[in-house]
Design a protein around this ligand. Structure first.
Ligand code: E4P
Length: 218
């Protein structure tokens, strides 16, 4: 399973990268705004900085919603670095653009996916990744993990190459359950990745080992 970090915060990206377990990064316009990154040139420069930190797929989202503009924006993003994946919303014009990018060998991440039908359409269009939002479905009292399970099953049925990128992953159990289901990738905040380290029995066990070792070295 690949681990992507879902942030535009360079420190968090660096910290996850330093752990040695990071495979890529996803961003979105809200995450860029949270870091105070506004304006075309600043946004492009920020993506370049992220690409310098992580040698893996970096999703950069288009803002446009009509085909010509999505293509124009997506091609400019893809020109920034070979690791850029053009993130395109699950809308009619987005699907047409994903087909276009796919035919040109440009990697895509179809975002804002909330149903199995949408995921099937993204795979048919040749998306590299499909991003179902687990946490946002949970927020509206719908089991987001069930959707991941459905999509994995459908893609397996037909051998689609599109990778299931579980997004809006909010806590460690989301991540572990995505792994059990067979999601190809999870994207989540740094706190979820570092949350995997934690177990109280590890902490108490280590404290005992160190204390016992110290006794013998007095
Ligand atoms: C996906 O790529 C999105 O950036 C992200 O996972 C959304 O997460 P949120 O629902 O926690 O905002």
């Amino acid at each position: 399973m690949k681990f992507f970090i879902d942030t535009a915060n360079l420190q968090d990206i660096q910290e996850a990268s330093d752990l040695g377990v990071l495979d890529g990064v996803t961003t979105n316009p809200s995450l860029m705004a949270k870091e105070g990154i506004f304006g075309h040139d600043n946004v492009m420069a920020h993506y370049k900085k992220i690409c310098e930190i992580v040698d893996g797929d970096i999703s950069a989202e288009v803002i446009a919603t009509d085909f010509d503009e999505i293509v124009r924006e997506g091609e400019a993003l893809a020109d920034l670095h070979p690791n850029i994946v053009v993130k395109v919303p699950m809308i009619r014009e987005g699907i047409k653009a994903i087909r276009y990018f796919s035919d040109k060998g440009i990697k895509t991440n179809c975002t804002l996916v909330f149903s199995a039908g949408q995921a099937l359409l993204a795979a048919k269009a040749g998306a590299t990744y499909v991003s179902p939002f687990v946490g946002r479905l949970d927020d509206v009292s719908t089991n987001g993990l069930n959707l991941i399970e459905q999509i994995v099953q459908i893609y397996d049925n037909y051998g689609y190459q599109t990778e299931v990128l579980a997004a809006s992953v909010r806590h460690v159990m989301h991540l572990v359950q995505c792994a059990e289901i067979g999601a190809d990738v999870v994207t989540c905040p740094l706190s979820v990745i570092t949350g995997l380290l934690k177990h109280p029995l590890t902490d108490s066990g280590l404290a005992t080992f160190l204390a016992d070792h110290a006794k013998g070295n007095k």
